[in-house]
Design a protein around this ligand. Structure first.
Ligand SMILES: Nc1ncnc2c1ncn2[C@@H]1O[C@H](COP(=O)(O)OP(=O)(O)OP(=O)(O)O)[C@@H](O)[C@H]1O
Length: 237
Protein backbone atom coordinates (compact mmCIF):
# COMPACT_ATOMS: atom_id res chain seq x y z
CA UNK A 1 0.00 0.00 0.00
CA UNK A 2 1.20 3.56 -0.67
CA UNK A 3 1.72 5.99 2.17
CA UNK A 4 1.15 9.74 2.28
CA UNK A 5 -1.42 11.90 0.57
CA UNK A 6 -1.64 9.91 -2.68
CA UNK A 7 -2.62 6.68 -0.86
CA UNK A 8 -6.04 8.28 -0.39
CA UNK A 9 -6.81 7.85 -4.10
CA UNK A 10 -7.85 4.25 -4.68
CA UNK A 11 -9.18 4.51 -8.23
CA UNK A 12 -8.17 6.87 -10.98
CA UNK A 13 -9.92 6.36 -14.31
CA UNK A 14 -9.51 8.56 -17.40
CA UNK A 15 -11.12 8.35 -20.81
CA UNK A 16 -12.90 5.02 -20.57
CA UNK A 17 -14.54 4.17 -23.89
CA UNK A 18 -16.56 0.98 -24.37
CA UNK A 19 -18.37 -0.07 -27.50
CA UNK A 20 -20.00 -3.40 -28.24
CA UNK A 21 -20.21 -4.88 -31.74
CA UNK A 22 -23.76 -5.31 -32.95
CA UNK A 23 -25.25 -6.47 -36.26
CA UNK A 24 -23.96 -5.42 -39.71
CA UNK A 25 -20.50 -4.43 -38.46
CA UNK A 26 -21.93 -1.55 -36.44
CA UNK A 27 -21.09 -0.84 -32.80
CA UNK A 28 -23.08 0.32 -29.81
CA UNK A 29 -21.16 3.11 -28.07
CA UNK A 30 -21.99 2.68 -24.39
CA UNK A 31 -19.21 4.54 -22.55
CA UNK A 32 -17.87 7.56 -24.42
CA UNK A 33 -15.09 8.90 -22.22
CA UNK A 34 -15.68 8.24 -18.54
CA UNK A 35 -13.45 9.82 -15.88
CA UNK A 36 -13.75 8.87 -12.21
CA UNK A 37 -11.70 9.14 -9.01
CA UNK A 38 -12.56 7.24 -5.84
CA UNK A 39 -10.93 7.81 -2.47
CA UNK A 40 -10.44 5.50 0.50
CA UNK A 41 -13.51 5.32 2.75
CA UNK A 42 -15.76 6.91 0.14
CA UNK A 43 -19.14 5.37 -0.72
CA UNK A 44 -20.21 6.52 -4.18
CA UNK A 45 -23.51 5.77 -5.87
CA UNK A 46 -23.68 5.03 -9.60
CA UNK A 47 -27.06 5.75 -11.13
CA UNK A 48 -28.46 5.97 -14.65
CA UNK A 49 -31.30 4.55 -16.71
CA UNK A 50 -31.45 0.87 -17.58
CA UNK A 51 -28.98 0.23 -20.39
CA UNK A 52 -26.94 3.37 -19.70
CA UNK A 53 -23.82 1.27 -19.01
CA UNK A 54 -23.56 0.95 -15.22
CA UNK A 55 -22.66 -2.76 -15.31
CA UNK A 56 -20.27 -2.20 -18.23
CA UNK A 57 -18.50 0.49 -16.22
CA UNK A 58 -18.22 -1.77 -13.16
CA UNK A 59 -16.88 -4.61 -15.33
CA UNK A 60 -14.20 -2.36 -16.83
CA UNK A 61 -13.16 -0.91 -13.45
CA UNK A 62 -13.19 -4.45 -12.01
CA UNK A 63 -10.81 -5.58 -14.78
CA UNK A 64 -13.34 -8.10 -16.11
CA UNK A 65 -13.58 -6.24 -19.41
CA UNK A 66 -10.87 -4.14 -21.00
CA UNK A 67 -10.83 -0.83 -22.77
CA UNK A 68 -7.67 -0.02 -24.71
CA UNK A 69 -8.04 3.73 -24.45
CA UNK A 70 -8.65 4.04 -20.72
CA UNK A 71 -6.00 5.01 -18.19
CA UNK A 72 -6.83 2.98 -15.09
CA UNK A 73 -4.95 2.99 -11.78
CA UNK A 74 -6.03 1.02 -8.73
CA UNK A 75 -4.22 1.46 -5.41
CA UNK A 76 -1.30 3.10 -7.21
CA UNK A 77 -0.87 0.28 -9.76
CA UNK A 78 -1.36 1.13 -13.42
CA UNK A 79 -3.59 -1.37 -15.26
CA UNK A 80 -3.75 0.51 -18.55
CA UNK A 81 -1.90 -2.17 -20.50
CA UNK A 82 -1.80 -4.86 -17.80
CA UNK A 83 -1.44 -8.55 -18.64
CA UNK A 84 -4.28 -10.96 -17.94
CA UNK A 85 -2.21 -12.43 -15.07
CA UNK A 86 -1.86 -8.99 -13.43
CA UNK A 87 -5.58 -8.34 -13.85
CA UNK A 88 -6.48 -11.70 -12.31
CA UNK A 89 -4.12 -11.05 -9.38
CA UNK A 90 -5.72 -7.64 -8.81
CA UNK A 91 -9.21 -9.15 -8.85
CA UNK A 92 -8.14 -11.48 -6.04
CA UNK A 93 -6.25 -8.95 -3.92
CA UNK A 94 -7.43 -5.42 -4.67
CA UNK A 95 -11.05 -5.64 -5.76
CA UNK A 96 -14.16 -7.07 -4.10
CA UNK A 97 -17.41 -7.70 -6.00
CA UNK A 98 -21.00 -7.86 -4.76
CA UNK A 99 -23.86 -8.64 -7.14
CA UNK A 100 -27.64 -8.44 -6.99
CA UNK A 101 -27.81 -12.18 -6.32
CA UNK A 102 -25.45 -13.45 -3.65
CA UNK A 103 -23.80 -16.30 -5.63
CA UNK A 104 -22.84 -18.05 -2.38
CA UNK A 105 -21.94 -21.74 -2.59
CA UNK A 106 -25.05 -23.58 -1.33
CA UNK A 107 -23.24 -26.48 0.33
CA UNK A 108 -20.90 -24.24 2.33
CA UNK A 109 -21.75 -22.46 5.59
CA UNK A 110 -21.60 -18.67 5.88
CA UNK A 111 -18.18 -19.08 7.50
CA UNK A 112 -17.00 -21.46 4.77
CA UNK A 113 -18.16 -19.12 2.01
CA UNK A 114 -16.34 -16.14 3.51
CA UNK A 115 -13.19 -18.13 4.27
CA UNK A 116 -12.96 -19.48 0.71
CA UNK A 117 -11.28 -16.51 -1.08
CA UNK A 118 -8.46 -16.65 1.48
CA UNK A 119 -8.09 -20.39 0.99
CA UNK A 120 -7.69 -19.66 -2.74
CA UNK A 121 -4.77 -17.41 -1.76
CA UNK A 122 -3.27 -20.32 0.18
CA UNK A 123 -3.98 -19.20 3.75
CA UNK A 124 -4.30 -21.96 6.38
CA UNK A 125 -7.89 -22.87 7.32
CA UNK A 126 -7.67 -21.58 10.92
CA UNK A 127 -6.36 -18.17 9.84
CA UNK A 128 -8.93 -17.91 7.03
CA UNK A 129 -11.78 -18.79 9.39
CA UNK A 130 -10.63 -16.36 12.07
CA UNK A 131 -10.73 -13.42 9.66
CA UNK A 132 -14.01 -14.62 8.13
CA UNK A 133 -15.58 -14.89 11.58
CA UNK A 134 -14.44 -11.37 12.48
CA UNK A 135 -16.03 -9.88 9.36
CA UNK A 136 -19.27 -11.82 9.79
CA UNK A 137 -19.48 -10.63 13.40
CA UNK A 138 -18.92 -7.02 12.29
CA UNK A 139 -21.79 -7.46 9.85
CA UNK A 140 -24.08 -8.71 12.63
CA UNK A 141 -23.94 -12.37 11.62
CA UNK A 142 -22.11 -13.81 14.63
CA UNK A 143 -25.10 -16.08 15.30
CA UNK A 144 -25.28 -17.30 11.69
CA UNK A 145 -21.78 -18.66 11.13
CA UNK A 146 -22.75 -22.27 10.49
CA UNK A 147 -25.93 -21.55 8.53
CA UNK A 148 -25.95 -22.48 4.87
CA UNK A 149 -27.22 -19.83 2.39
CA UNK A 150 -30.66 -21.45 2.11
CA UNK A 151 -31.04 -21.10 5.89
CA UNK A 152 -30.42 -17.33 5.76
CA UNK A 153 -32.74 -14.44 4.92
CA UNK A 154 -32.13 -12.41 1.74
CA UNK A 155 -30.55 -9.58 3.72
CA UNK A 156 -28.33 -12.01 5.64
CA UNK A 157 -27.23 -13.67 2.39
CA UNK A 158 -26.18 -10.29 1.01
CA UNK A 159 -24.28 -9.45 4.18
CA UNK A 160 -22.39 -12.76 3.82
CA UNK A 161 -21.65 -11.80 0.19
CA UNK A 162 -20.31 -8.43 1.41
CA UNK A 163 -18.06 -10.20 3.95
CA UNK A 164 -16.80 -12.53 1.21
CA UNK A 165 -16.04 -9.54 -1.05
CA UNK A 166 -14.01 -7.85 1.71
CA UNK A 167 -12.22 -10.82 3.23
CA UNK A 168 -9.03 -10.54 1.15
CA UNK A 169 -8.68 -6.90 2.18
CA UNK A 170 -9.42 -5.19 -1.17
CA UNK A 171 -9.00 -1.43 -1.61
CA UNK A 172 -11.99 -1.20 -3.94
CA UNK A 173 -15.50 -2.64 -3.56
CA UNK A 174 -17.71 -2.77 -6.65
CA UNK A 175 -21.37 -3.54 -6.12
CA UNK A 176 -23.98 -4.01 -8.86
CA UNK A 177 -27.47 -3.53 -7.41
CA UNK A 178 -26.48 -5.18 -4.09
CA UNK A 179 -29.91 -4.52 -2.59
CA UNK A 180 -31.93 -4.86 -5.80
CA UNK A 181 -33.52 -8.09 -4.63
CA UNK A 182 -34.52 -6.86 -1.15
CA UNK A 183 -37.49 -4.99 0.34
CA UNK A 184 -36.91 -1.29 1.17
CA UNK A 185 -36.29 -1.78 4.90
CA UNK A 186 -33.86 -4.68 4.39
CA UNK A 187 -32.16 -2.72 1.57
CA UNK A 188 -31.48 0.12 3.98
CA UNK A 189 -30.16 -2.28 6.65
CA UNK A 190 -27.83 -4.02 4.21
CA UNK A 191 -26.64 -0.68 2.84
CA UNK A 192 -26.00 0.65 6.36
CA UNK A 193 -23.98 -2.49 7.19
CA UNK A 194 -22.01 -2.13 3.96
CA UNK A 195 -21.36 1.55 4.54
CA UNK A 196 -20.16 1.00 8.13
CA UNK A 197 -17.73 -1.75 7.23
CA UNK A 198 -16.43 0.06 4.12
CA UNK A 199 -15.68 3.14 6.26
CA UNK A 200 -14.06 1.01 8.99
CA UNK A 201 -11.78 -0.70 6.48
CA UNK A 202 -10.95 2.41 4.44
CA UNK A 203 -12.22 0.79 1.24
CA UNK A 204 -13.52 2.85 -1.70
CA UNK A 205 -16.96 1.63 -2.78
CA UNK A 206 -18.83 2.19 -6.05
CA UNK A 207 -22.43 1.02 -5.86
CA UNK A 208 -24.70 0.84 -8.90
CA UNK A 209 -28.34 1.21 -7.94
CA UNK A 210 -31.77 2.13 -9.26
CA UNK A 211 -32.80 2.99 -5.70
CA UNK A 212 -32.59 6.79 -5.57
CA UNK A 213 -33.51 6.91 -1.90
CA UNK A 214 -30.51 4.71 -1.12
CA UNK A 215 -28.31 6.77 -3.44
CA UNK A 216 -29.33 9.82 -1.41
CA UNK A 217 -27.50 8.31 1.58
CA UNK A 218 -24.17 7.97 -0.26
CA UNK A 219 -21.20 10.34 0.07
CA UNK A 220 -21.35 11.20 -3.64
CA UNK A 221 -23.48 10.15 -6.55
CA UNK A 222 -22.40 9.96 -10.18
CA UNK A 223 -24.90 9.53 -12.96
CA UNK A 224 -24.34 7.98 -16.39
CA UNK A 225 -25.83 10.14 -19.13
CA UNK A 226 -25.16 9.60 -22.84
CA UNK A 227 -22.02 7.61 -22.10
CA UNK A 228 -20.50 10.13 -19.69
CA UNK A 229 -20.47 10.52 -15.91
CA UNK A 230 -22.08 13.56 -14.34
CA UNK A 231 -21.67 14.42 -10.65
CA UNK A 232 -25.07 14.62 -8.92
CA UNK A 233 -25.91 16.04 -5.49
CA UNK A 234 -27.13 13.12 -3.31
CA UNK A 235 -29.55 15.35 -1.36
CA UNK A 236 -31.33 16.40 -4.59
CA UNK A 237 -32.35 12.86 -5.59
N1 LIG B 1 -21.54 -8.09 -24.36
C1 LIG B 1 -22.35 -7.19 -24.91
N2 LIG B 1 -22.58 -7.18 -26.25
C2 LIG B 1 -23.40 -6.26 -26.80
N3 LIG B 1 -24.05 -5.29 -26.09
C3 LIG B 1 -23.86 -5.27 -24.76
C4 LIG B 1 -23.03 -6.21 -24.09
N4 LIG B 1 -23.03 -5.92 -22.77
C5 LIG B 1 -23.85 -4.86 -22.62
N5 LIG B 1 -24.35 -4.47 -23.81
C6 LIG B 1 -25.26 -3.33 -24.06
O1 LIG B 1 -24.67 -2.21 -23.44
C7 LIG B 1 -25.67 -1.37 -22.85
C8 LIG B 1 -25.31 -1.11 -21.41
O2 LIG B 1 -25.53 -2.31 -20.65
P1 LIG B 1 -25.33 -2.37 -19.09
O3 LIG B 1 -25.72 -3.73 -18.65
O4 LIG B 1 -23.99 -1.87 -18.74
O5 LIG B 1 -26.42 -1.29 -18.60
P2 LIG B 1 -26.94 -0.98 -17.13
O6 LIG B 1 -26.94 0.51 -16.99
O7 LIG B 1 -26.16 -1.76 -16.13
O8 LIG B 1 -28.43 -1.51 -17.20
P3 LIG B 1 -29.41 -2.09 -16.06
O9 LIG B 1 -29.68 -0.92 -15.13
O10 LIG B 1 -30.63 -2.50 -16.82
O11 LIG B 1 -28.70 -3.22 -15.39
C9 LIG B 1 -27.00 -2.08 -23.05
O12 LIG B 1 -27.68 -1.48 -24.12
C10 LIG B 1 -26.61 -3.51 -23.39
O13 LIG B 1 -27.52 -4.11 -24.24
Amino acid sequence: MNNGVMSDVVLSLRGLVRAYPIADGRTLDVLKGVDLDLRAGEVVGLIGPSGSGKSSLLHCIGLLESSEEAQLTIDGEDFTHASEAARTRARLHKIGFVYQFHHLLPEFTALGNVALPQRVLGLPLKQAETRARGLLEQLGLGERLVHQPAQLSGGEQQRVAIARALVNGPRLLLADEPTGNLDPQTSQQVFDALRTIVKAQGVAALIATHNLELAGHMDRVVSLKDGRLVETVPGSL
